[in-house]
Design a binder for this molecule. Structure first.
Ligand SMILES: [Zn+2]
Length: 148
């Protein structure tokens, strides 16, 4: 499959297969966004696997933005493009805190009490990945199922 090259913007490559739409959501590139998006899913990689790619025209994502996708696409690479050339490559790193991406499953937690409080976790371990709610201190179990 051929996707047109972009002149200016951001290419997010090596996204875990099937996660492209979630990446778009987490980065806020969905409905209220005016950039032209190209989403390519299940692209064969050299080693027999597949990956997704998202291209965002005329917008350069910031490091703090791309780090938000670390939970769902830890292998992603980000290329910033200016005048059709890659000017900067970023890798995704899990931040110290995860804001409004993972939800707390504790029914009594303030984040589940219809208060205007967003889910907020501290990363207490990276290998293996462990997240703890900032409010009730409950640890997230099965993090993939807690993604908002
Ligand atoms: Zn909680």
């Amino acid at each position: 499959m051929k996707v047109r090259r972009i002149k200016n913007g951001t290419v997010i490559d090596h996204i875990t297969s099937g996660m492209a739409l979630r990446v778009v959501d987490i980065l806020g590139l969905g409905s209220h966004n005016e950039s032209i998006l190209s989403i390519v899913m299940n692209v064969p990689t050299g080693n027999g696997g597949t990956k997704d790619i998202v291209k965002v025209e005329n917008r350069e994502l910031k490091k703090s933005e791309v780090d938000r996708i670390a939970l769902i696409a830890p292998e992603a690479t980000i290329n910033l493009i200016r005048f059709s050339k890659v000017t900067n490559k970023l890798t995704v790193e899990l931040p110290e805190e995860v804001h409004a991406i993972v939800e707390c499953k504790n029914k009594n937690c303030i984040t589940n009490q219809h208060e205007p409080v967003e889910h907020w976790f501290s990363v207490i371990s990276r290998e293996p990945l462990r997240l703890q709610c900032k409010y009730c201190e409950r640890e997230a179990e099965d993090i993939a199922s807690c993604l908002i």
